[in-house]
Design a protein around this ligand. Structure first.
Ligand code: GDP
Length: 436
């Protein structure tokens, strides 16, 4: 999916625009309980074109205290990682020096830039747009994010700028793996350890992510592909904070993955940033394996350490209950051989299909063990359940009235599904529909 990055000064209306476009969200993210409250990316669709949109204003940078500096960084991230850059300026405030600076930067990119002049709330205000021609970024499009005015024209322009589909070079029976995590958790190290040789990481091609080099390999007859991801390549030309962690690079990798390796640094414990990154993995609906790396230097280990660490993981990353956890050392090679084993297992679990008759038996059992609670004197009736999809497994429950379904009851059904069939490492999507 193409990535569209929104760039612009604070208060020009980036997040309003982001949320407006978000209203037309599709994709499985709709059906997944969200975990990131301050959403900075979302999956959207316009006229059949799916894309991921990211609000660069929400990316936390190390030195975001200075507006101009952080805007420059945002623009840089966008130029580096996005497919289309949506530059938003404020028609009421007029052209500012900061706009000119960013405009100057954006003129140097080969990536398509769409210029939106926000707060053009009525036809009379269209005059406000003209001075923005001087940015040299083509015809500005006047919009009003809060009134959703002209958003259609804007999205048309964005979609028209998408790069042509480059067919993925993934083979059909290959399991693709994205390795994600904070800087220094050991992503490159574990990739090297998995592949058993240092030489693979020489895939250091400067330029856009399009040049990313994926590594294909076969282990015990199974084909795998490691997606070249966030922070795995060292590049001198970008600012340090930009290089250190790129949300977009991670999102792009997750998007292409069957299974995501979510890496945690054992020596540092679970941080807020880990939580966010893990949230991206979860919301994508991909399979997830949690890899706690640097286990060799975990302090004061005893025979309960993994149990305790796993408890902490389950507590802090509650939404990833389903993900198996592996304790590794990329340095000593401890349990590294189990990574691909687990990935393969999770890929199988994601693709499992359960027969409708078996599912309905499960529902009958579940209801007799724990009948749905009454709601306003009415009783939920689950009439039928069927599996509609895999990767992630998606189930549709037909009921008498969807309003009567409580999330805790859905959770109960999900747990029954997992108890009976496993589905380890994969999120499950349960959709409630009124029987028509
Ligand atoms: P990345 O930024 O996530 O790709 O992290 P790197 O793979 O570059 O590793 C960062 C640093 O941690 C390097 O100095 C590695 O040698 C070190 N490192 C990686 N994995 C381990 C591990 O399992 N144990 C220890 N002790 N050090 C590790």
């Amino acid at each position: 999916k193409p990535i569209v990055a929104i760039v612009g000064r604070p208060n020009v209306g980036k997040s309003t625009l982001f949320n407006q476009i978000g209203k037309q969200r599709v994709s499985i993210v709709d059906d997944m309980p969200g975990v990131t409250r301050d959403r900075i990316y979302l999956d959207a669709e316009w006229l059949g074109h799916a894309f991921t949109m990211i609000d660069t204003g929400g990316i936390e940078l190390d030195e975001s205290d200075h507006i101009l500096k952080s805007m420059r960084q945002q623009a840089q991230i966008a130029m580096e990682e996005a497919d289309v850059i949506l530059f938003v300026v404020d028609g009421r405030a007029g052209l500012t020096t900061a706009d000119e600076e960013v405009g100057h930067l954006l003129r140097s990119t080969k990536k398509p830039v769409v210029l939106a002049v926000n707060k053009v709330d009525s036809p009379e205000r269209e005059m406000d747009m003209y001075e923005f021609y001087s940015l040299g970024l083509g015809d500005p499009i006047g919009i009003s994010a809060s009134n959703a005015r002209n958003l259609g024209d804007l999205l048309d322009a964005v979609v028209a700028a998408f790069p042509e589909e480059t067919g993925d070079d993934k083979e059909p029976d290959e399991i693709s793996i994205a390795v994600i995590g904070r800087p220094n958790v050991g992503k490159s190290s574990i990739v090297n350890a998995i592949l058993g040789e240092q030489r693979v990481i020489v895939s250091d091609v400067p330029g856009t992510t399009r040049d990313a080099i994926d590594t294909h390999f076969i282990e015990d007859g199974t084909k795998f592909m490691l997606i070249d991801t966030a922070g795995m390549r060292r590049r001198g030309k970008i600012d340090e904070p930009v290089e250190r962690y790129s949300v977009m690079r991670s999102l792009r990798a997750i998007d292409r993955a069957d299974v995501v390796l979510m890496m945690i640094n054992a020596a540092e414990g679970i941080t807020e940033q880990d939580k966010k990154i893990a949230g991206y993995a979860h919301e994508s609906g991909r399979g997830v394996v949690i890899v706690v790396n640097k286990w060799d230097i975990f302090p004061e280990k005893d025979d309960k350490s993994t149990l305790r660490f796993t408890d902490e993981l389950r507590d802090k990353l509650g939404f990833l209950q389903y993900a198996p956890v592996l304790y590794t050392s990329a340095l000593t090679g401890q349990r590294v051989h189990r990574v691909t084993e687990l990935v393969k297992y999770v890929a199988e679990q994601q693709s499992m299909r359960i027969k409708t008759s078996v599912l309905n038996e499960l529902i009958r059992d579940a209801v007799s063990v724990n009948p749905p609670p009454m709601h306003r004197g009415r009783q939920l009736k689950i009439l039928f359940m069927t599996q509609a999809d895999v990767k992630p497994p998606r189930f549709i429950l037909f009921v008498n009235d969807p309003e009567l379904m409580h999330f805790s009851y859905l959770r109960f059904i999900e747990n029954r599904l997992r108890e009976q069939f496993g589905f380890e490492g994969t999120p499950l999507v349960l959709i409630v529909r009124k029987r028509g």
